[in-house]
Design a protein around this ligand. Sequence first.
Ligand code: H2B
Length: 102
Amino acid sequence: MAERLSAEARKAALLELLPGWAETPGREAIARTFVFKDFNEAFGFMTRAALVAEKSDHHPEWRNVYKTVEVVLATHDAGGVTALDIALAKAMNAISRQLGVA
Ligand code: H2B
């Protein structure tokens, strides 16, 4: 199983995920809100991210309202943030950039 990152390791990893990702207050998790052009792009992002998530057997907590997608990443089996969350966050950043989000 992936190792839960220490607070220091989490902070260091977050620096590589800028802009956008931050610690979730009161919980060992990281979060980012993506805002797209419209629902079509938001759902396109979710579709592509879902394929990455399923392939790696690591799944996001997320919520979509129209063109906004709120994502929280944590490794439930480990009770915190692991390299799996950092990898999924990086993949989501890359997908969002391809869709024109900074
Ligand atoms: N996703 C996330 N975010 N955390 C997990 O601990 C997790 C998961 N565990 N997806 C996986 C599925 C596990 O339940 C299966 C059995 O591999």
